[in-house]
Design a protein around this ligand. Structure first.
Ligand code: SF4
Length: 398
């Protein structure tokens, strides 16, 4: 197998791994080597199809768009997580890169402008610490020997040691640990040999401890790497309340940048192959709710959970909250504090700041002023007053 074929083998199923803000485009792998029907052989792929097999258009935390190579160092794994296509014993062709081999291939792609950044994970072989060393070796070759200065997101393996986490933080822009489930009990239904507290939660705490104990200049590019995690939404029959409780705790206590929610999808030849797929809309609602917790000052108690502690699938959680709380008590745009403005559907942090600034110069009396700030007035109008008058009455003008 040549290096490109290895990459295509390894990158199949990586769409299960959400990383950075995917923007579609290249996000649909056309090669699928883990036991799924693949009618094309790599040699038959057009250059665009080859690229689509392993690169993904992504938006970095600073808003920059990059093409990210998202792959594994190895698809061989000794663990047997119930949902995972790479689990031990599953029958498909495995592939493994040596660190040097992968680094050389990536740099070729980088020079050919096929990939600008890397998201690198791996199946586990001979223990998490051993596998972590291989990821670190790869990153060191890229940064130190080959001078790669682009974006790098490295996965922390279950079983990694604290010194390894620190080294990863010195090399990467982002590090992540996949919690997969919100707590120990739920994880047992998904990954019987992963230990929630010791193997998964503890490294996330280490990242924050290291950030607090060392100056930023010691890290790659003079900045602390960000931290994210991923959950398999619906994979362990957990509720949205459980997922968001853990997410909220992580954002508050270990400065998690964000959680990714990957709606469970059954994989053939795994113990969960007959479990029903989870509606992808659930991912969307979880993202909306997690952003409300992170950026909009909402608390878990504000979330419109149903009796079974899930978010309603067909209601935007912010809109649902506003329908219950603002319909009869609209917010006066000219007097509200920033945190109250953020409670209004259609108003985000930038809009709130624009309102506060505009208000210093003049009273806002009609929806036109809001529309000029890029606010969708149809969303806002049922919940606000403009200079004491219901804005809804002006809506017919738009
Ligand atoms: S440890 Fe990772 S690669 Fe291995 S089976 Fe579990 S989820 Fe899959």
């Amino acid at each position: 197998m040549n290096a490109l074929d290895t990459l295509i083998e390894l990158s199949s199923q990586m769409e299960l791994e959400h990383a950075e803000e995917s923007r579609g485009g290249f996000d649909t792998p056309s090669a699928n080597a883990s036991g799924y029907s693949t009618t094309n052989k790599p040699a038959c792929f057009t250059p665009k199809e080859k690229r689509a097999a392993f690169t993904h258009a992504a938006q970095l935390p600073n808003g920059k768009q990059v093409v990210l190579l998202k792959t594994l160092l190895s698809s061989a794994c000794e663990r047997d997580c119930y949902y995972c296509p790479f689990r031990a014993g599953r029958d498909f062709r495995r592939a493994t890169f040596k660190p040097q081999e992968f680094a050389e291939l990536f740099m070729k792609m980088n020079k050919a402008k096929m990939a600008e950044g890397i998201f690198l994970s791996s199946g586990i072989a001979a223990g998490g610490a051993n596998t972590q060393n291989k990821i670190i070796d790869t990153a060191e070759i890229l940064r130190k020997k080959m001078g790669f200065r682009g974006y790098m997101h490295l996965k922390i393996m279950p079983g990694a040691e604290k010194g390894q986490v620190e080294r990863m933080m010195q090399l990467a822009d982002r590090v992540s640990v996949n919690l997969e489930a919100p707590n120990t009990e739920r994880l047992a239904k998904l990954a019987p040999h992963k230990i929630f507290i010791e193997e998964l939660l503890r490294p996330l705490k280490w990242v924050e401890e290291i950030r607090r104990s060392q100056p930023a200049y010691k890290f790659w590019n003079g900045k602390y790497p960000s931290t994210v995690t991923q959950f398999v939404a619906g994979g362990s029959d957990e509720s949205d309340l459980e997922l968001l409780t853990t997410t909220n705790w992580l954002m508050k206590n270990v400065r998690l940048t964000r959680a990714y929610f990957s709606a469970f999808f059954p994989i053939r030849d795994t113990p969960l192959e007959n479990k029903a797929a989870v509606d992808p809309l659930r991912e969307h609602r979880l993202y909306q709710a997690s952003f409300l917790l992170r950026d909009y000052g909402f608390d878990l108690e504000d979330m419109p959970f149903t009796q079974n502690e899930n978010l309603p699938l067909h209601a935007d959680p912010k809109m649902a909250w506003a329908q219950m709380n603002l319909k009869e008590k609209p917010i006066e745009i000219n007097k509200a504090e920033r945190r109250d403005l953020l409670r209004i559907p259609g108003i985000g942090p930038k809009h709130a700041d624009a309102i506060l600034q505009a208000r210093r110069a003049t009273k806002l009396r009609d929806l036109t002023a809001l529309r000029k700030m890029g606010i969708i007035v149809a969303r806002v109008s049922p919940f606000v007053l403009l200079d004491g008058r219901r804005a809804e009455s002006q809506l017919a003008m738009f």
